[in-house]
Design a protein around this ligand. Structure first.
Ligand SMILES: C[S@@+](CC[C@H](N)C(=O)[O-])C[C@H]1O[C@@H](n2cnc3c(N)ncnc32)[C@H](O)[C@@H]1O
Length: 234
């Protein structure tokens, strides 16, 4: 994070969040619903240097989870995985998971078409799904990384309901464990979320994988970014 941005975020957090909101409205004028994330993808709005899914999806920020995920999948006896959202599949294409079925899903159709062409095979399929509205396939594990952080409270509750109804056994999802409270946003913006706190109150996760996040802030502002594992239904 640039020094001025860091200063603003720490000294005037509410002003900083207002600025982020204005930037969002200016760069994505009037875009709502399914078109929102398609526009973000097309405009490369998140400016990831090696992944269109943003800096958090790049090679460096995913090192820890790329190392940890295969052993966790094995230990849990997971044979089928729904990676929702899969984004551009950049970091996941570098993970060797022992699975019978991998399903990557995302709300952006363009991403799904590109992923299918580049990475689809007998065991690996990509499908368009809106986690807040669509019926989800029944799998052993749903990986939902860096998704709820972009959604309003209302959309997250809808998504949790879809995930619960899918029949999956486990959910592995992003949580920032040191945050005392959660703040609502408009879908499409971003903020950290602690899923153990209201209005989610998931309870203690079965497992926590700290991602070793160094994104944006060299002082470690996002050092608590983790993947939490919960048994479903929540
Ligand atoms: C920051 S990227 C993370 C992608 C991936 N999980 C990763 O770790 O690289 C967020 C993704 O969420 C997708 N997305 C946003 N809202 C969604 C929804 N309601 N249903 C499915 N995917 C959604 C976006 O299209 C985008 O690809």
């Amino acid at each position: 994070m640039a020094p001025m941005k860091r200063f603003l975020a720490r000294t005037f957090p509410s002003l900083y969040h207002q600025m982020a909101f204005v930037k969002h409205r200016l760069l994505l004028p009037g875009v709502e619903g399914p078109q929102l994330f398609a526009t973000i993808f097309r405009k490369n709005f998140w400016r990831g240097p090696d992944s269109r899914s943003g800096r958090g999806s790049g090679f460096v920020q995913t090192e820890k989870i790329r190392e940890t995920l295969p052993a966790l999948v094995k230990e849990l006896g997971v044979r089928s995985l729904l990676d929702l959202p899969c984004g551009d599949f950049y970091w996941m294409s570098n993970v060797a998971l022992e699975l019978d079925t991998y399903i990557g899903a995302d709300i952006v159709e363009e991403l799904i078409m590109t992923n299918t062409q580049a990475f689809g095979d007998d065991k690996r399929t990509f499908i368009v799904r809106d986690v807040t509205k669509d019926t989800l396939p029944n799998v052993d594990l749903i990986l939902c990384r860096d998704c709820f952080v972009h959604l309003s409270f209302e959309d997250i509750q809808q998504a949790i309901s879809r995930i619960n109804n899918s029949g999956a056994r486990y959910l592995l999802t992003t949580t920032f464990v040191d945050r005392a409270t959660n703040r609502n946003i408009r879908t499409g913006q971003w903020r950290p979320l602690n899923l153990e706190k209201p209005p989610f109150s998931f309870g203690t996760p079965l497992r926590l994988i700290n991602e070793g996040c160094t994104e944006k802030d060299k002082d470690g502002t996002y050092a608590d970014k983790s993947l939490g594992l919960w048994r479903l239904p929540l």
